[in-house]
Design a protein around this ligand. Structure first.
Ligand code: ATP
Length: 453
């Protein structure tokens, strides 16, 4: 695809997200809040499916990982010890021509000269560090002692609670603590739709181990995480692994891989998988004076565990799911003429709506009653959507556009009007092949459930 085609594709995706209720600009009626987004009725379903699946495979299906839900408001001492207060910065420059604030490491260069991407101006200030943390005030007094921060990552509460979690869970190394939650960064230049936001969610795992296990576990978690993206339906060919060179890694990291995705706006990071050694726990031990260490019952050794951290972005993964799913093909319209069909090819596991239920006609009471019965039958098992408005082809198209993998139509056969053998059967339509099969209503919960897990 050319740059132009990619830009057009992205435009169509952004417009579909708004039109169908995946993602809205936050505070839109007041002109929008830059870098902040609201998820609409379909977006919240998609996001929840992603988070639930991550939690399922990372925590619930494993003996060696437990969960945590830490607070967003964070004690300044935590972020001082972690290094965020002093060094969590991006280099910032100002364009003197158009007054735009820019990230110095993301400037375009023309013939070796840095340029403002906004106006093309070359008159830029020197780069200076800009701290990305949001600071707030706790309580009624406004003195420096009342400063608190909105966390810039979820990881720090895991490190700070390491001992408490270890004591209550009685886990042996290696074991992990997982968390999903909001993080906040005052990005200089939020851009590329939700890709770089100021408020976003992370799914982080801190997997603690003995020092000699660190490098092997780094390779293990990289493999696990790639498997995860494949399991949620992201095509492997658009995923890339970047082995971050030593000079670009944090000084304490012995190995870091970035998992990148080919977005229409370029290849960008979805997740970092980093072997962070014992840096974080050591920092908190030094600053708090508390013993955040581990006692090995078998070897009678006491030591500070090392950690491997797979850290993924919820919003970036949602965006990758949307970009990966977006497709156009052709399908016959009401009169049999071929027309362009927009279809979101979400993996059924991720699809916001799993099954749409249509009575063939809205003004035939027995069809509507039967359709409502089918809806009640499936509802406890999955998110379903009932739609009786418009021609059936139109209704299929509306569901294709939001990626609903299955459509169920209740017709006159269902009512037994075309022979008793078809009574209480419906057509089950597959979004991708558009093929329909006849199935018994009583088999639907089991049949559809098996296809969406
Ligand atoms: P980048 O270099 O793109 O700013 P990062 O390397 O600073 O990212 P990490 O600190 O490793 O990111 O955070 C882990 C994950 O959190 C990222 O891989 C990404 O998925 C997500 N993330 C970080 N910053 C943002 C943001 N501003 N908006 C959305 N997601 C983010």
């Amino acid at each position: 695809m050319t740059g132009e085609e990619n830009a057009q594709r992205m435009e169509k995706i952004v417009s579909l997200c708004k039109r169908r209720g995946f993602i809205f600009q936050s505070s839109e009626v007041y002109g929008g809040l830059n870098g902040v987004w609201d998820y609409g009725p379909l977006g919240v379903e998609l996001k929840n499916n992603l988070k639930q699946y991550w939690w399922q495979v990372t925590v619930r299906e494993r003996d060696d990982v437990v969960g945590l839900d830490g607070a967003i408001l964070t004690h300044p001492a935590v972020l001082k010890a972690s290094g965020h207060v002093d060094t969590f910065t991006d280099p910032m420059v100002d364009c003197r021509t158009c007054k735009t604030r820019l990230r110095a490491d993301q400037l375009a260069e023309k013939k070796g000269i840095k340029q403002c991407p906004n106006c093309g101006g070359k008159d830029l200030t020197e780069a200076r560090p800009f701290n990305l943390m949001f600071q707030t005030q706790m309580g009624a007094s406004a003195d420096p002692a009342s400063i608190a921060y909105l966390r810039p990552e979820t990881a720090q509460s895991i490190f700070v609670q390491f001992k408490n979690v270890l004591d209550v869970s009685r886990k042996k190394l290696p074991f992990g603590i997982a968390q999903i939650g909001k993080a906040f960064r005052n990005e200089i230049n939020p851009r590329n739709f939700t890709f770089r936001s100021r408020e976003f969610e992370q799914m982080e795992l801190e997997y603690f181990c003995r020092p000699e296990q660190g490098m092997d576990l780094l390779a293990y978690w990289l493999k696990e995480r790639i498997k995860f993206y494949e399991e949620i339906g992201i095509s492997r060919k658009r995923l890339h692994i970047l082995d971050v060179p030593e000079k670009e890694r944090a000084f304490y990291s012995k190995g870091t891989f970035d998992i990148e995705y080919e977005f229409p706006f370029g290849r960008q990071e979805l997740e970092g998988v980093a072997y962070r050694t014992d840096f974080d726990l050591q920092q908190h031990i030094k600053a708090s004076g508390k013993a955040l260490d581990y006692f090995d019952e078998e070897t009678k050794e006491r030591f500070v565990p090392h950690v491997v951290e797979p850290s993924a972005g919820v919003d970036r993964t949602v965006l990758a799911l949307i970009c990966d799913a977006y497709d156009e093909d052709s399908a016959p319209d009401e009169k049999g003429k071929m027309e362009t069909r927009i279809v979101m090819r979400f993996h059924p596991r991720m699809a916001p709506v799993k099954c749409a239920i249509f009575p063939l006609l809205r003004n035939k009471e027995p069809l509507v009653a039967k359709a409502r019965e089918v809806q009640a039958l499936l509802r406890p098992h999955m998110n379903v959507f009932y739609d009786e408005g418009g021609a059936i082809g139109r209704r299929y198209r509306r569901q294709d556009e939001i990626g609903t993998p299955f459509g169920i139509t209740i017709d006159f056969e269902t009512l037994g009007e075309k022979g008793q053998e078809l009574r209480d059967t419906v057509t089950l339509r597959d979004r991708d092949s558009m093929k329909q099969e006849r199935v018994a209503i009583k088999d639907l919960p089991q049949l559809v459930s098996s296809k969406i897990r």
